[in-house]
Design a protein around this ligand. Structure first.
Ligand code: DGL
Length: 276
């Protein structure tokens, strides 16, 4: 029998950015979303620790009838994607990466600021990606671990968030920048706060749409893509209550109605952020 589900995971709620985008583009699919809340944050752990956590999650997904698995975490992709692909083949494993390439292509000679977790910033994978695409040395990398903590507390717009970001941007001449790359899926929850602090010419970009498109291409090539909605006028509002998603926290299914309501609210926030 054919596998049914698309598994999407992250250390925490950040991966819902990608889940949300996938639900918008493929509302007929069945999703499993796994937040590894016992181990969040990943971005300040060692690579060995993160590899152990990711292995556990992918094993769970493989045991839960997944036809494809998406690592909706830039940090986990950077340290573990290749290893997991060879370990779990033939299940396709798609990982999100900071959207450095499109950002450099679109920056028109202006500088590009990539914000991510400390582990992603220091991983070889990102350094190599930058070396490959940044011929004109336009890219700067910045760690923002505090935003993962704020996000997991559900604190998205506050004086503390603004003060944290303002402090991080001190010393950067933001007028020289054309692109801000959100290189951590948790950061999408803060798009309005970023927008309020950075000059209007800076375009905000992240890898979630590109990753979902890649997932769709992979499923299509395997004849495993359920009919996507081609008509982009179909809205989230119309479909949101009918899409089939099961949510897990480090392997425990979420059935508590208060937690499911929080998840619903996170989707509403992500829908707003998607339009910024
Ligand atoms: N959301 C994750 C990412 O995209 C990781 C955040 C964390 O656990 O540190 O990198």
């Amino acid at each position: 029998m054919r596998a049914m589900n698309i598994g999407i995971f992250d250390s925490g709620i950040g991966g819902m950015t990608l889940l949300h985008q996938a639900m918008v583009l493929m509302p007929r699919e069945n999703f499993i979303f796994y937040a590894d809340t016992d181990h969040v944050p990943y971005g300040t752990k060692t690579r060995e620790q993160v590899i152990t956590y990711v292995d556990e999650v992918i094993r769970f997904m493989a045991d839960h009838d997944c036809k494809a698995i998406v690592i909706a975490c830039n940090t986990a992709t950077a340290v573990a994607a290749e290893l997991m692909r060879s370990k779990y083949q033939p299940i396709p494993i798609i990982g999100i990466e900071p959207a450095v390439k499109p950002a450099v292509a679109e920056s028109e000679g202006k500088r590009v600021l990539v914000v991510a977790t400390p582990l992603t910033v220091h991983e070889n994978k990102l350094q190599k990606l930058v070396e490959r695409v940044d011929d004109e040395h336009l890219v700067d990398l910045m760690e923002l671990p505090g935003l993962v903590e704020f996000a997991e507390r559900g604190e998205f717009v506050s004086d503390s968030v603004t003060a944290y970001l303002r402090e991080k941007f001190l010393g950067y001449t933001l007028e020289r920048y054309g692109e801000l790359v959100l290189g951590c899926t948790h950061f999408n929850y803060f798009k309005d706060s970023f927008r309020a602090l950075i000059p209007p010419q800076i375009h905000i970009i992240d890898g979630s749409l590109g990753t979902v498109r890649q997932l769709m291409r992979v499923l299509d090539a395997r004849h495993e893509l359920l009919e996507p909605i081609a008509d982009r006028s179909v809205s989230w509002e119309q479909y949101k209550n009918d899409i089939c998603v099961r949510y897990f926290e480090s392997g425990r299914e979420i059935t508590d109605s208060a937690k499911l309501e929080t998840i619903r609210q996170l989707h509403e926030r992500l829908e707003k952020m998607r339009k910024i």
